[in-house]
Each structure stands twice: as structure tokens, then as C-alpha cells.
Design a protein around this ligand. Sequence first.
Ligand code: 9MG
Length: 283
Amino acid sequence: MTSVSFSTRLPCGNRVLDLAHTHVMGILNVTPDSFSDGGRFSQLDAALRHAEAMVAAGATLIDVGGESTRPGARAVSPLEELERVAPIVERIHRELDVIISVDTSTPAVMRETARLGAGLINDVRSLQRDGALDAAAATGLPVCLMHMLGEPGDMQNDPHYRNVTEEVCAFLAERMAQCAAVGIAAERIVLDPGFGFAKTLQHNLSLFKHMEALNVFGRPLLVGVSRKSMIGHTLNRPVGERLYGGLALAALAMGKGARILRVHDVAETVDVVRMITAVEMAE
Ligand code: 9MG
């Protein structure tokens, strides 16, 4: 395992994430099309059952998101987002032994879900929405800062970089400085290169190859590539056939220092993590 310069203890609300080894974060989307059979309560139950299955499969974090980041997705109001996310955060906190990450850029959602038991804020916009820096600071929770240029709706409109890895590092350095200015200490920050966000296939592949460069910040890395188009375009696979490509990238990411892998296929990724960890722990 890549040696690390950060404290391996990351307090996440009432739980602590031990970053001495790599964790699997299961993805739980609670957009209306995610659990579309039945009414409101059966949707909540279905989402809870899915979270429960991911925890049983070895996820130590569940990332709950109520606003799609897919290009072309409809924007949702803060109230709509909160109504999607808050009930499931409350149920998971009450019923499951897992750290809840909330995939949100919305200050009101950060504040309210922190109150309901969330342990991590995962913001693909790196706290750039109005009021997000102050809201995240007030929660006391750790924050995942991810690289993206523009908004999900326009981010894939011909992105350009002189050197993608250097520019991702410069962006993350600037966001860490903004965090420091509002009292979010570096010790509360997790960094994410943002695969698939404002990047062409070649940008994604190059950034992945040089991902170790992000370790210069001395912060844990979160990597999300599960089922993404960088796998689809490389292997010419539709979304339902990207598992093996994703597992290959998960193994590679671990070797480059990733401490959290954000995935749909939890059981399979947990096997990858356990196998690599077993080899690394051997004499
Ligand atoms: C919400 N979301 C979708 N993809 C993601 C990724 O790669 N990283 C993080 N942190 N969040 C993501």
C-alpha cells in the first residue's frame, strides 16, 4: 500500500473512518427514476434495502445523492433535493452501521443531513455554490472536494487542458485554500480527481495514469470510475458490461493511493480490495 503522510483517523460525525486501508463507498441514488416501483414509502424501503445489501457486501460508506450529475439532468430545487435525501439519511442513520456520505452541493442539504446523521459531505462542485463553504464549515464534517469545470450540463462541451493533472492539482489547491479561509482544516478534506467530469477520454486516462501527483497534498483520495464512459469508450462496452473494466481501475487506483472507491458493484470491489490488502500485509 502507498505510504501516507496523513493521519489515518478521519472523524465522520459519530463514526471514525480508518484510512490505514482502502474503503468501498456504495452509491445510492435517490432520484425519482432510481426506485420507481410503488409509492413514496415503498421507494424509501427499497432504497434502505439497497443500502443494507451494500453494507452486508462490505461497504463502509454509503453515498446518498438526490440530484443527478449526469449531463442534461433536470435541475432540482433545494427543497426537492432535501425531500429526496433527508428521509433515507434518517433511516440509514437509525438502522445501519455505516458512514453516510451525502452527495450534494446545496447548503441547506448539507446542514440538514448533518443534523440527521450524515458523516461526510461529497460535493462534486467543491463547495462553489453560494453559501456552501460556510454550510460545510458549520457541520464540522469532512468534505470531499472534487475537480470539475463548469456544471454537469455543460462540462463535456469540448474541455481543454494544457496539462490535465497539473490543472486538477491547481484547482484542488485553490479549493483547499478557500476551505482553510472558512475554517475547514486540511485534516477534514478528502480529494477527488473527478473522473468523467469535464474531461475527454484522453484526459481521464492521462489523469488516471498520473493520479499519484495528487498525493502531494497529503490527503486521502476518493476515486469514482464505476460504470463510467471512460470504461465504455475504452472497451466499447454499454453501461451494463463495464464491471471488469471498473474492477481493473479500482485495483490500479488502490496502487496509486486511493483510500475510498465510490462504486455501484460493492461485493466485487470489496473482493478486489481484500485481495490486494492481503498481499500488501504479507511478510
Ligand atoms: C456524485 N459523483 C458521481 N461521480 C463521482 C465521482 O467520481 N466522485 C465523487 N466524489 N462524486 C461523484
